[in-house]
Design a protein around this ligand. Structure first.
Ligand SMILES: Cc1cc2nc3c(=O)[nH]c(=O)nc-3n(C[C@H](O)[C@H](O)[C@H](O)COP(=O)(O)O)c2cc1C
Length: 180
């Protein structure tokens, strides 16, 4: 396996996928990565809904007018939810879990894309969260952060050029206004 940093340079959001299904063992590893994610006070408030039914994925793509297109191609999507009554930082906890899944997918050579749900609305003004709760039978008490799509890559993305990283955003010792 390539080293972790090289993988980070190569990782990109992938929004187009081939028709190939994801190996069951790879799906298990992706979900296991989420369950291994750290959470505040180890409260592990997350819940995950894995969907691979084409018809349901197509309906999920209608949750918001823009930015949900990867769902129309992906063979797998995982809805990242959390019980917000269990943690005041459920957004952070769920975000870490979603990122862990994306990195695990990349390590397996698979592509993924984060589809934002929290704070997003459908064309009719319905919260994308509510739309997915109804569609997937997710209780109202369970909040939805995002959906992560997964699949075999059907697009080429250039690795990041390390010389183009925004080092001016990094302040050493104290805030440096020259960086602004
Ligand atoms: C919080 C968050 C929300 C995002 N929402 C969406 C989304 O709704 N639809 C989408 O296609 N990509 C979404 N993305 C992916 C970003 O557009 C992508 O990460 C960014 O353009 C950088 O590209 P890269 O992932 O290839 O480095 C989201 C990413 C994050 C972290």
């Amino acid at each position: 396996m390539e080293d972790f940093h090289s993988m980070l340079l190569k990782r990109h959001s992938i929004r187009r996928y081939t028709d190939e299904v994801i190996d069951t063992e790879d799906v298990r590893l992706i979900i296991e990565a989420a369950l291994l994610a750290p959470s505040s006070k180890s409260s592990r408030p997350w819940q995950f809904v894995a969907v691979d039914d084409r018809g349901v994925l197509d309906r999920m793509a209608e949750c918001k007018p823009a930015g949900a297109v990867p769902l129309k191609k992906a063979p797998l999507a995982i809805v990242v939810c959390a019980d917000s009554s269990l943690s005041d930082v459920w957004v952070e906890d769920a975000s870490v879990a979603a990122s862990y899944m994306q990195l695990q997918a990349e390590a397996l050579g698979l592509g993924s894309c984060w589809i934002q749900i929290r704070g997003r609305y459908g064309a009719d003004g319905m919260p994308a969260e509510e739309y997915l709760q109804e569609l997937l039978g997710i209780p109202e008490t369970i909040n939805i952060l995002c959906v992560v799509t997964f699949g075999h890559k059907d697009e080429e993305r250039r690795p990041v050029d390390p010389d183009k990283l925004l080092w001016e955003k990094v302040h050493v010792g104290k805030w440096n206004p020259v960086n602004e």
